[in-house]
Write a protein that binds this ligand. Sequence first.
Ligand code: GLN
Length: 539
Amino acid sequence: MASKTKYIFITGGVTSSLGKGIIAASLGKLLQARGLSVTIQKFDPYLNIDPGTLNPYEHGECYVTEDGAETDLDLGHYERFLNVETSQSNNITTGRIYNNVITKERKGEFLGKTVQVIPHITDEIKSNFYKLGQDGKYDVVITEIGGCVGDIESLPFIEAVRQARWDLGPGNFLVVHLTLIPYLKAAKELKTKPTQHSVKQLLEAGIQPDILVCRTEYPLPQDVKRKLALFCNVQLDSVIEAMDAESIYDVPLLMKKEKLDERVLSKLNLKPKSKLDLKDWKGFLGRLKNPTAEVTIGLIGKYVSLPDAYKSIIESFTHASAAAECKVKLVLLSSEEINKDNYTSKLKSLDGILVAPGFGERGFEGKVATVNYARENKIPFFGICLGMQVAVIEFARNVLGLEHANSTEMDPATPHPVIALMEEQKKIDQMGGTMRLGSYACDLKKGSKAALAYGKTKIQERHRHRYEFNNAYLEQLESKGMFATGKNPETGLVEIIELKNHPWFVGVQFHPEYKSTVLKPQPLFVDFIQAALDKKNNK
Ligand code: GLN
């Protein structure tokens, strides 16, 4: 298989959580900044078909793509860094690979052969490795292999990477191994042994890494680099130091300083299509680091003990704060701990309140109390998905006087189902991939806060929910000042609600956070920060 597309595989060793996703995205950014077209995909070793059914505490946020795939949160980093959309094909799990192979087996596609991990599973993995590179759209496909080298469950992926070298041919294939160089305080020394061991594990699997990227808290002295090069069988200039960074968005510049991109280009015989251009990126970092104002915004949700559960929202604030040149001090508060008796003390220092997406009953009433506080005290309020649904429920209960108004998700027997299941959702009995997912159109009402923020009246945003605003209550809500300012043009489903007599109160059924990138901050987040700043200044 002669390949025009170049393939870079990123493996990890020593520990997990070293930031392979950020290194992959940063390398992708540097190649893209030289005019190359790049995509990044992630292969995850777990058996779930996708992370859609995983509890956020297990795996952080589930990121949703335009085409409605429920994916690993690293795909969010890829989109935020590269400003290029990903899709279902960019995230493959062991579960999906086995599912594909077993489906083929049931159809008789293996013609009576015994179906085995090698070659059938590894062939399926490889055909998925190459899928995005097939139509010549990308100069480079970067593949991140989830987990750690040596894990039992990642073995077939590692074996497939070994075989890929021979499919792709020399010069088209590269392995970057991300590893940790721990510092032993007592010995005052950076230790290379764990890295030597993890490279040995790769070698045992038949893979020689071409480049080592070494996570470290201290600069790597030349003799440490030399030792790593010697024992791990890599060129000295291919031992790359990756120091802890102040912001993940600094990492592309740090990697450029360490010449990671140059090493990759020369090893792959890849000619840049333009001179390195990071002007916009640096402009973003300049604005991010030199704010002219500051606001405090509360993110109220039930998964706050694991901030990764709100990754895209947190990153959206970073992008928007740079655009608004206003630092956002984000305070994560557990909705389980908020009620009407304590909400003033918990929320009074906030300039803006965001009620987060979520599922299930736990912490739900705390969200209702939070919205009540934001509405009555005219604090800028942004509700996302469940946050929007809560805003409707709070208004129905406290303004329309429908005391037990609820979502049928929380109370199936509610007399006032202001949020309810659509007919087609009632028939569904499988959990995975069955929500309303992916990109849908939305028409905005002229003059609404949303239309002003977006600067247009036709938008597309991504969804991930089962329950919907119940249009039977729309007239009643509008008569008291809660308006539907965004609707799906085909189905009439309400996508955005706003309050009339309030400085900034916007609830959206979709997830605007999935489309925010460094170069394209999400307009609602920018406007919300501005509203919070206005509120602060009027104090
Ligand atoms: N649980 C709600 C629903 O399914 C909201 C989902 C969400 O916030 N992502 O409709």
